[in-house]
Design a binder for this molecule. Structure first.
Ligand code: HEC
Ligand code: HEC
Ligand code: HEC
Length: 429
């Protein structure tokens, strides 16, 4: 009974929010002006190029194998697929005809040119924190790109998710209404890091857990979340489940290259963020991000496992031999020996390249194996030019991938893996 009442109350609140939002909806375009500090000419374009990289617009707005910024990348949601837009300056299929005010409105309020509400797959809950000058600089840079005439495929969302106006109530509840405000008590490096993490690089969009309404939980900021099936781990300074024990140099190395000694390599969305964005940023930006992350409130996470760099299973392993635990899982062991050991070795240090080291990696310490399964299925193409990992989805059955996943969790993490063929099947879809 109380549950029914709670649901009714929630519906009434939602309806009221919806009505309120319609009344206050800023249908009128807000005219925008650059501030007197905004650079002009080539300096403006250079600033815009830098900001476009830091905000990682390219990775979402480029289809696999497609032309940069021409859109068409698919985002699969539980209720259908949406496609990113063409943001090259093509007049008909891109944003060539958009005014500056329309562009700022899209990033700050999530509203398209015709006034339609955009899906938060465009991370405007973070971009709303961008300074207007910076949005205008991004716009100026995008206008210098070569126009590409390419219409992205139509979205396939079913009712009611194809009713864009429903997003208005959501935005009323969950959108920041002010750009990011620097904190006068903190130094310039901290403020730079905060702006990068919160607004531009939108780390929280992947690393902050979401509530039932799919909004980021402010009280659990950066505590870790699931993105495309991968665990985007806890990045708060919690010692066990977060990055509290990582020295600054390790955090910076991981963010700039996807690798740090004693930790696994970056795969999934993190590998992409590094390829298109973080890996292209100047060293002082990486240092600022690192400094800021060290100051966010620590959160203990149930999603992120603690990582043990010295499991007993590795104590007697050598680069060429698994040592006595080798017999634990014959199928997993056999697959690892034939398909994986040539790159990864047996002692966790990574045989061909330190980039393939697995000792201390969060992924192999997670008994559910979310990231191990996906890395084996999809490979890692992007962060390691010197030693990428091939995809094994076509090479092995679900049972075999479950066996090898449990083997690496057992051998490199020293834990009993619980990966089943069903988990692998689910990850394939
Ligand atoms: C995480 C993925 C992601 C990132 C990062 C991203 N976008 Fe998008 N963007 C999308 C998707 C998906 C859409 C389509 C949304 C819809 O149809 O409602 C979109 C839509 C847009 C639109 C509306 C275009 C139109 O024709 O209606 C603009 C403008 C835009 N993005 C610009 C940017 C810029 C500039 C950046 C970087 C500052 C950026 N986006 C970063 C995913 C992303
Ligand atoms: C051609 C070399 C190569 C082969 C073969 C290979 N890997 Fe990898 N693997 C790598 C490299 C390099 C990385 C680090 C990738 C990166 O992040 O840049 C990696 C990463 C990983 C990770 C860490 C992912 C994470 O998120 O921490 C796991 C687990 C893994 N491999 C398991 C396997 C298994 C199991 C096999 C065999 C089925 C295998 N690998 C075969 C090179 C290889
Ligand atoms: C598109 C989603 C996405 C974005 C954006 C993103 N991350 Fe990640 N991040 C991930 C995923 C997924 C992993 C796990 C990678 C793995 O297992 O290989 C990860 C891993 C990490 C790790 C390693 C944690 C560990 O314990 O091994 C750090 C540190 C990190 N991210 C920091 C950041 C920071 C800082 C930002 C913003 C500047 C950021 N990430 C933006 C998805 C993302």
């Amino acid at each position: 009974m109380t549950r029914i009442l709670a649901v009714l109350a929630a519906l009434v609140i939602a309806a009221a929010a919806l009505a309120g939002w319609f009344f206050f909806w800023p249908a009128k375009l807000i005219q925008v002006q650059p501030s007197p500090n905004q650079p002009t000419g080539p300096a403006l374009i250079a600033r815009g190029a830098y900001l476009t990289t830091a905000a990682d617009c390219e990775s979402c707005h480029t289809a696999p194998g497609g032309k940069p910024f021409a859109g068409g990348r698919a985002f699969k949601l539980p209720f259908g697929t949406i496609y990113s837009s063409n943001i090259t300056p093509d007049a008909d299929t891109g944003i060539g005809k958009w005014s500056d005010a329309e562009f700022v409105r899209a990033l700050h309020q999530g509203i398209g040119r015709a006034g339609e509400d955009l899906y938060p797959a465009l991370p405007y809950t973070s971009y709303a924190l961008l300074a207007t000058d910076d949005v205008l600089a991004i716009r100026a840079y995008l206008a210098t790109l070569r126009p590409v005439a390419q219409q992205p495929p139509a979205n396939t969302l079913g009712f009611p998710f194809n009713q864009r106006f429903v997003l208005r109530a959501w935005k009323l509840l969950f959108m920041p209404t002010q750009p990011w405000q620097p904190s006068p008590e903190r130094d310039a490096q901290w403020n730079k890091g905060a702006y990068l993490v919160e607004a531009l690089a939108h780390c929280g969009e992947c690393h902050t857990p979401r509530n039932v309404m799919f909004a980021m939980k402010r009280s659990e900021k950066f505590a870790g979340a699931i993105v495309d099936g991968y665990k985007a781990y806890n990045i708060t300074p919690d010692a066990e489940t977060g990055i509290g024990r990582w020295p600054d140099a390790e955090i910076s190395a991981y963010l700039a290259t996807g690798h740090a000694p004693g930790h696994g390599g970056a795969s999934g969305g993190m590998a992409e963020a590094i390829k298109f964005s973080l890996g292209r940023l100047p060293q002082e930006d990486i240092a600022a991000i690192t400094a800021y992350l060290k100051t966010v409130p620590p959160q203990r996470s149930t999603l992120s496992p603690a990582a043990d760099p010295h499991p007993v299973t590795l104590a007697s392993a050598g680069p060429w031999s698994p040592g006595p635990d080798g017999g634990a899982d014959p199928i997993g062991l056999r697959i690892f020996a034939s398909a994986c050991a040539s790159c990864h070795g047996w002692d966790g240090s990574g045989r061909q390249t330190g980039n393939a080291s697995l000792r201390g990696a969060r992924s192999v310490n997670d008994v559910g194996g979310a990231n191990v399964i996906r890395t084996v299925l999809q490979g890692v193409a992007v962060t390691s030019p010197t030693g990428a990992m091939p995809a094994f989805a076509a090479a092995y059955t679900d049972d075999e991938i479950a066996a090898v996943a449990n083997y690496v969790i057992g051998h490199f993490g020293g834990k009993s893996g619980r990966v089943t063929a069903k988990d692998v099947k689910a990850a394939r879809n």
